[in-house]
Design a protein around this ligand. Structure first.
Ligand SMILES: Cc1cc2nc3c(=O)[nH]c(=O)nc-3n(C[C@H](O)[C@H](O)[C@H](O)COP(=O)(O)OP(=O)(O)OC[C@H]3O[C@@H](n4cnc5c(N)ncnc54)[C@H](O)[C@@H]3O)c2cc1C
Length: 454
């Protein structure tokens, strides 16, 4: 490999520093340009402390980077969903088939800080408050503006990777090219960060090892545990209409709404109205575009290439999988960037499109179906099918979250299994009445062992 080559990354969020670490470990020099100040020195702005659910794909990448052992200390395993009814009844739904199948709650800010420090420790240069305002895709010249002084500079590189998130400046430049495909779809829903504080003894006031959900049909509240005893909550509501961000305009409106819909959560949120009016309302978008690369010189990666909505908890897991996939291709093709970038898009595009679609579908499941008794019955049948045919019938959630099978495979097999579950569940109400002969025939007819397609 050409170790004298310097690779320039735009964006020091989550994917940028992880990619820097992996590239540095291959001997490349890496420079990162980040528009924000250094999060390790400057207090974050409100609404930026939302937690992330890390699962197998993300953990695999962090392990490859030699970081997971250390990061595990600041992550909390969540074994399943804890569903809160309006009356305050709790139902626990495990995520996986056993104690090894858990997802991990981690603070975005702490993960970001750890990745930045590790990237620096491996020799990457990080330039903060440097906003990329444009790029000449033909030459790789990057235009930067110092966010403090306003000074403009140009840096040049033969390889530039845009890790600058869903509003990518690099992608904006690509949009000007002929035949660049671009689609963005906003949800009619927004989100707001809220907090459940710790008890006076600094302990969690709800079950610590669960992702809490208050599903209410058209909207929901969720809470993920933090290591300091607090919970990071996210309220998802329509932007407009009844029970929306537009309709909750005063502290009275917010308190009244929580009293009616989330009374058990309200008791735990003394700073609800301060949080609600102090934090911004975020938008959620799916972005699909192609091609992701220009002449082996410029590439998009992570949210810049494929932003997805957060309802499968996969955005960063998918982005980190981009990083390991790129490294694998670099291993095969060396620093032949044209081949590496083209193969990268070939390998990833169908999969990132698949997780984008599954993430949108999962919103309905989270905000509505998890509280439905028929859905819970299907889940029971699904678990029984997995226990009987562990190599053949793996639930879609598990394929996405606990395996590294391509997302497109999870999507296709998930649909086949969904049809099977409908055929098996529709005629019955008790698991004892499940037609195991039919189940056996369907599984043998429609599914091959998962490891054969991975
Ligand atoms: C509410 C919510 C909940 C989520 N929950 C989960 C979850 O549970 N699990 C999960 O896997 N994913 C989750 N995600 C998705 C996850 O946050 C993203 O997929 C992830 O942050 C993408 O990482 P990135 O590095 O590509 O982009 P970002 O994290 O957005 O980082 C981009 C960086 O580039 C910088 N930047 C932007 N423009 C410029 C510019 N012009 N010049 C220089 N720098 C620039 C930004 O300041 C930023 O630091 C969630 C997202 C949201 C909104």
């Amino acid at each position: 490999m050409n170790h004298s080559q310097t690779i320039k990354l735009i964006g020091g969020g989550l994917n940028g520093p992880l990619l820097a670490i992996l590239l540095a470990s291959r001997g490349f020099r890496v420079e990162i340009y980040e528009r924000r100040p250094d999060i390790r020195r400057v207090r974050m702005s409100a609404g930026r402390s939302i937690n992330l659910a890390l699962s197998t794909r993300g953990i695999h990448a962090l392990t490859e980077a030699g970081l997971w052992q250390e990061l595990q200390k600041i992550a909390i395993p969540m074994k399943g969903r804890m569903i809160h009814s309006v009356a305050g009844d709790l139902t626990f739904q495990p995520y996986g088939k056993d104690a090894t199948e858990v997802i991990h709650s981690i603070s975005r800010a702490e993960l970001n800080m750890a990745l930045l420090s590790a990237a620096e420790a491996r020799g990457a240069g990080i330039h903060f408050q440097q906003r990329c305002t444009g790029i000449d895709l033909g030459s790789g010249k990057i235009l930067l503006r110092d966010e403090q002084t306003g000074e403009e500079t140009i840096v040049e590189s033969s390889v530039v990777i845009g890790c600058d998130g869903s509003a990518s400046a690099i992608r904006t430049e690509m949009l000007k090219q002929n035949r660049f495909n671009f689609a963005q779809q906003y949800l009619d829903y927004g989100y707001k960060e809220l907090t459940i504080p710790a008890s006076p003894a600094r302990e969690h006031v709800l079950e610590k090892h669960a992702l809490h959900i208050w599903p209410r049909g058209n909207y929901m509240l969720i809470a993920l545990p933090n290591t300091d005893g607090t919970f990071a909550c996210i309220l998802f509501l329509p932007f407009e209409g009844a029970d929306s961000f537009a309709s909750l305009a005063t502290p009275f409106d917010v308190l009244r709404f929580f009293e009616l819909q989330f009374p058990d959560a309200l008791e735990l949120m003394p700073q609800l109205t301060d949080n609600y009016f102090g934090n911004p309302t975020g938008a959620m978008v799916t972005i699909k575009c192609s091609p992701w690369e220009v002449d082996g010189r410029v590439l998009l990666l992570g949210d810049a290439a494929h932003a997805i909505v957060p309802f499968f908890g996969q955005g960063i897991n998918c982005g980190f999988e981009d990083c390991t996939s790129l490294m694998e291709l670099l291993g095969w093709h060396g620093a032949d960037w044209t081949s590496v970038f083209r193969k990268f898009q070939e390998a990833r595009k169908a999969n990132t499109d698949a997780i984008a679609d599954m993430a949108v579908e999962n919103f309905v499941e989270m905000r509505d179906r998890v509280g439905d008794p028929r859905f819970l019955f299907r889940k029971k049948v699904e678990q029984a099918m997995e226990a009987k045919y562990p190599r053949l019938f793996v639930p879609k959630y598990s394929m996405v979250t606990f395996h590294r099978v391509p997302y497109s495979v999870a999507l296709t097999r998930g649909r086949v299994q969904d049809r099977m579950l409908t055929e098996l569940c529709d005629p019955i109400t008790r698991i004892e009445d499940l037609d195991w002969d039919l189940a056996g025939r369907l599984v043998q007819r429609d599914l091959t062992p998962l490891e054969e397609v991975s």
